[in-house]
Design a protein around this ligand. Sequence first.
Ligand SMILES: [Zn+2]
Length: 373
Amino acid sequence: MSKNVTEYFLELIQIDSESRNERAMIDKLKIDLTEMGFQVQEDDCNTKTGGNAGNLYAYLPGKIDKKPLLFCAHADTVKPGIGINPIVTESKITSDGKTILGADDKSGVAEVIFGIKQILDSGLNHTPIEVLFTVSEEIGLLGAKHFDKSILKAEIGYAFDSENIGSYSIGAPSQNSIKIKVYGKEAHAGVEPEKGINAIRVASEAIASIPIGRIDFETTANIGIIQGGIATNIVPNLVEIYGETRSHNMDKLAQVTQDIVNTFEKTAAKHKLNGIEAKVEIAVNTEYKSFYMSEDHLVVQIAKKANEKLNLASRFDKGGGGSDANIINAEGVAMIVAGTGMHGYHTVNEYIETADLKKGSQLVAELIKIYSE
Ligand SMILES: [Zn+2]
């Protein structure tokens, strides 16, 4: 294994692991965790997600008799993530501009491993530790969704998968995905348009009437994809629309989702022709559920103490995105999302400062120490 967290991070980002192709990365982590004394097991979630590797779960016994402390990070990256060529300056690591850097989330992985390593090297007594490195997080939290959460023994945990060190997301919204099919009736657009129902027209009217964008301080709605139609001389009979709603409040999420569904149904019913009317087929799926941890929750209290110990500027906010923490929280483990120092993620301008990699690993060690007290 590398001798410091920066070297280790550089090693990890040069192992290609775009979502569904995490095999080499999971193999590497298996070896390293085993070397550290963890009992490791990989699941077979990839048989359901179409990837080439499963989630990696690892357990390290401890001498302090408490429930384990859980650390989570994801092993996959977004695209373009093949052949990452890191450029290391005095204080900063970037890619060469052709790919992402992969700090999202290999900074999290490296900090978790080196933070634990720090505790092991110091010989300090600690509680048991659980580590979960998920796959295919970036394509809809697929690994976490298919992971058997009943294996987890921890009651609290930290996902290292956010921006600034010392900042935490202590809440995240719920998200519904919405797939809508609008059916019209096909006809020749030049010869007999009166025999058709234009599905694009129906869809447009509905989209123009639904709530969209920021609905209130904790609720959003979006239509992100629309596709339909075959040729300009055909009255189109099908349009497919993909959208989403998010809210920190489950009632509001249900309300805004229902408003969208109702609007499409009502609009379709207005477009009738000889007893036939436009039809809609709508599928709503809850992608993940919201969570919120109050500031006096143990998981937040420990994070605050760790920040103080390391002189980190503290921030505890509700985030706007979903992550593995949503899935883990839904199973009863109180998990908040910690910053790793990654910046500009999901772009080729992604970077991280070497000082932050070190601080992140110290933070992991500090969380273990405080929890073990
Ligand atoms: Zn991430």
